[in-house]
Design a protein. Structure first.
Length: 437
């Protein structure tokens, strides 16, 4: 295989597994709409308050349900048909986006209503997203799992580039309500991708869905050095080095306060992420993903610190792009560790914990950066957070050497996975979930 080809991302999962291909395509389309809603909510809150802390408080509004609902949702995913669960919760998320569109069209300008809808949407996503993340290990053979995780991560930079750029242009030309409306429409693609999946019944675990099931998952995490290290490394990056809540303030202070420029700041992270994932071929072949994760977390912190000090737009976009590329590879490394270090019967609960760390940590990071930016300056917040991330990565490597040395197992096959070649849901499985959604 030529060296250049080995650098490119592996698209074999899309070619070989029709169910995964449909799921992936629907998720990409839907993620564009979700990104546009995220942009619209942040900009709407900024226009109502002109306060970075108010934008950062959106992180708190998302973090609370993530911390309280996700782990219980993970135990539910281990005890029910995950396909049906995702169909139902996706339909509920679509309804929340419709309510956001309605309040914008009506011109209500009620800050409390925005926060309530954000909390509701985050609660539903805290059940939906962990269950959805368990699909890849069930659909793909073990040899294709790293490539499948990388392809899933491609959604983030694509949605950041296209979603935020389009959101900035659309909100400037036609208003925020159009962003919300587009999100509602794109949900149909996600629903289609999930509806065509085979059944995903629980395997190995009993029907227990209560706190005992949650506690079993938490105990497993603390007993596993690779999992604990992966979660700590990600929290270190997101809590200290995520200045997204500062983007509206920095855009207004340094770059002219134009919606298009704000959209470029968000999109630049996606540009770097896209480049990083397009050349992610070697990632699946690395024998020590923990060590790689510590390196990419440090690069993320350095990029954010550089963004915090520059007043040149091109340099700010470049720094964010470098950080975005490092972050994308970080998430792939984390996914490899999480999906190879857990048994199938705990996959829903551990994946829920992974979601809490990745999503909840990011929202906490938004709150932290917004608070520090309001108490001091946006520059102090971005620079100090980036430097703290680098120091934190070094400490994790020293204190958890087993994490840095972790080598994923290489099983010959993925036991009990769903048949990836089926084009239709099972003939015997009920279609009630699709009708409900």
């Amino acid at each position: 295989m030529p060296a250049a080809t080995r650098l490119l991302m592996d698209i074999q999962p899309l070619r070989e597994v029709p169910a995964f291909r449909r799921l992936w395509a629907g998720s990409v389309v839907s993620s564009l709409g979700a990104t546009m809603t995220d942009f619209a909510v942040q900009l709407q809150v900024w226009r109502l308050t002109h306060a970075a802390i108010a934008v950062g408080a959106l992180g708190l509004a998302r973090m609370i349900p993530t911390l309280t609902v996700a782990m219980v949702g993970g135990s539910l995913a281990d005890a029910t048909d995950r396909r049906k669960l995702v169909l139902i919760t996706s339909g509920c998320s679509m309804a929340v986006s419709a309510l956001l569109a309605a309040q914008a069209i009506a011109g209500l300008r009620q800050l409390w209503l925005l926060y309530v809808l954000v909390v509701l949407g985050a609660s539903i996503s805290s059940i939906n997203a962990p269950a959805r993340r368990t699909f890849a290990p069930r659909l793909l053979p073990a040899r294709l799992l790293p490539a499948g995780l990388a392809l899933n991560q491609l959604m983030l930079p694509v949605s950041l580039i296209a979603g935020y750029t389009l959101a900035g242009l659309i909100s400037a030309a036609g208003g925020l309500q159009l962003c919300y409306i587009i999100d509602v429409v794109t949900f149909t693609a996600a629903l289609y991708g999930v509806a065509r999946l085979p059944a995903m019944p629980p395997q190995g675990a009993g029907p227990d869905r209560g706190l005992r099931a949650v506690a079993a998952g938490v105990r497993f995490i603390f007993a596993s050095r690779p999992l604990a290290g992966a979660f700590l490394a990600d929290l270190n990056a997101t809590v200290f080095g995520l200045p997204v809540a500062l983007f509206p303030a920095i855009s207004a202070e340094r770059f002219g306060n134009h919606p298009q420029t704000l959209g470029l700041l968000y999109a630049s992270i996606g540009v770097g992420g896209l480049l990083g994932i397009m050349f992610s071929g070697p990632v699946g072949r690395m024998t020590r993903p923990g060590r790689g994760m510590l390196v990419t977390v440090s690069v993320w912190g350095a990029g954010m610190a550089c963004f915090g000090v520059t007043h040149l737009l091109w340099l700010a976009l470049g720094a964010l792009a470098v950080a975005g590329g490092a972050d994308t590879i970080t998430v792939v490394f984390r996914g490899i560790i999480v999906q190879t270090a857990i048994p199938e019967e705990l996959r829903g609960r551990i994946t829920a914990a992974d979601y809490v760390v990745g999503y909840g940590g990011g929202q906490l990071g938004n709150l932290e950066s917004g608070a520090v930016g309001s108490l001091f300056t946006p520059t102090v917040s971005a620079v100090s957070g980036g430097l703290a991330t680098i120091v934190g990565a070094a400490l994790i490597g020293l204190l958890l050497p087993a994490f840095a040395r972790y080598r994923p197992p290489r099983p010959a096959a993925e036991p009990g996975r769903a048949d990836p070649g089926r084009d239709e849901p099972g003939r015997d499985e009920p279609e009630q979930a699709a009708a409900t959604a």
